[in-house]
Design a protein around this ligand. Structure first.
Ligand SMILES: NC(=O)c1ccc[n+]([C@@H]2O[C@H](COP(=O)([O-])OP(=O)(O)OC[C@H]3O[C@@H](n4cnc5c(N)ncnc54)[C@H](O)[C@@H]3O)[C@@H](O)[C@H]2O)c1
Length: 378
């Protein structure tokens, strides 16, 4: 089996975060390797970064695509790991050229851009995966399978949350890279907290339950003085089956790191999952609780979920493996599209549809909050 060749947009520079996480995650299985990239916005710095990483560098995305078309670089898919404002341009150029894209969340800066991306992906029929890392955790996939199989009955209510404390003070004033662009409307979009981590909570609620959000009533707060956007995001949502979801995210919860998860209440049982203890899924029944551990055997997971496990039961698989699983999904989509033999089924991880839904959800929440919590159609 030939290794897939991966290119990356974003990720370069000493203080940058998630590009390097992707690099590690995509390398996990030995079946994919990072070979090229446009690692920074400044063309000279982009080439320097690529040299540092030991990959083929390009000053911008169009020149990388041109080189790929001329056969000067081999690329099977592209990871877009820039701040939000640069996702669309890079993803659009790649998809137009026929290159599959694994794109960071939130999918774009605006709903309009997301709509264009959805149309383009459908027209070009190229694989597209949205990097909601947590959906790569096998126990989150298992939770989704349980709901689909009716093992907790009909979903009545969901609570999903993402609590962080790192923006409880004006960190951006110190010039801290990740805080600076996340609090800047030009680079992050109409919502800071909602777009950045509220979308993770939204995906947890909708992707696991298979339901969509029809209307929202929201209250967004900006607790830290001088900020233009929210640092606290609270939404009550009406689900497509008439149920309710409480979807919250905050960056001012001091001491909370990446405290995200969900509780889902069905007519015959409840599910509970915490990202910071991601290898366990708790199922509550009227008279007892069940606790499932990652890798604890094929009988509890479907064949496709089991095919994403890497280690025997009792060995830890966590954050990098979860992101690695989204790369596995992309790899399977690419190889299956090429009709390679013996490629396992790709799990339906979030893609363009979920990306657009997340963007519309955030837009409705911002509008509702401005209208003092008025119910707003998504
Ligand atoms: N899925 C997750 O769990 C997760 C976690 C963290 C961040 N993210 C997402 O990843 C993206 C990056 O976030 P981050 O925290 O790594 O930010 P960062 O500031 O650490 O890194 C951004 C990188 O993009 C580069 N860049 C900026 N503009 C560019 C352009 N036009 N062309 C090429 N490169 C460019 C920067 O040089 C830098 O290397 C964001 O969209 C964020 O929401 C997702």
């Amino acid at each position: 089996m030939k290794k897939l060749k991966v290119a990356m947009v974003g990720g370069g520079g000493g203080g940058s975060f998630f590009g390097r996480v992707h690099w590690r995650a995509l390398s996990l299985d030995g079946s994919r390797e990072l070979v090229a990239g446009v690692l920074r916005s400044n063309p000279v710095a982009a080439l320097e970064s690529a040299k540092e990483w030991g990959i083929q560098g390009f000053p911008d995305v169009p020149s990388m695509i041109r080189a790929w078309k001329k056969g000067q670089v081999e690329i099977d898919y592209v990871v877009v790991a820039t701040p939000n404002h640069a996702h669309f341009k890079a993803a659009k150029a790649c998809i137009e050229a026929g290159l599959p894209v694994l794109c960071e969340k939130p999918m774009t800066l605006t709903v309009d851009e997301s709509e264009k991306l959805v149309a383009l992906v459908h027209a070009k029929k190229v694989p597209f995966v949205l990097a909601h890392t947590y959906t790569g955790h096998p126990m989150m996939m298992f939770a989704r399978e349980m709901v689909r199989a009716g093992q907790v009955g009909q979903v009545r209510k969901i609570e999903s949350w993402y609590s962080q404390g790192w923006l409880a003070t004006a960190l951006e004033k110190s010039g801290q890279q990740q805080a600076s662009w996340r609090t800047d409307p030009k680079r992050t979009g109409i919502s800071n907290c909602g777009g950045d981590i509220g979308t993770h909570a939204f995906v947890a609620a909708t992707w696991v339950s298979g339901l969509s959000v029809k209307r929202v009533s929201a209250r967004l707060n900006t607790f830290v003085k001088g900020r233009k956007l929210d640092d606290d995001f609270n939404v009550i949502a009406e689900l497509s089956n008439g149920g309710t979801a409480l979807i919250t995210a905050t960056q001012i919860a001091i001491g909370h790191k990446n405290d995200c998860g969900f509780r889902l209440y069905g007519t015959t049982g409840s599910l509970e999952w915490h990202q910071e203890a991601a290898e366990q899924l708790i199922v509550r029944r009227p008279d007892h609780d069940e606790s499932y551990w990652i890798g604890s055997g094929a009988p509890i997971t479907s064949a496709v979920v089991s095919s994403y496990l890497r280690a025997p039961a009792g060995h830890h698989e966590d954050f990098f493996e979860a992101l690695g699983n989204l790369h596995t999904t992309m790899e399977r989509l690419v190889r299956r599209q090429r009709r390679e033999k013996h490629v396992p089924e790709a799990y339906p991880h979030p893609g363009v549809a979920e990306g657009l839904a997340g963007m519309k959800f955030v837009r409705a929440a911002v509008r509702s909050s401005k209208a003092k919590g008025a119910w707003t159609v998504v």
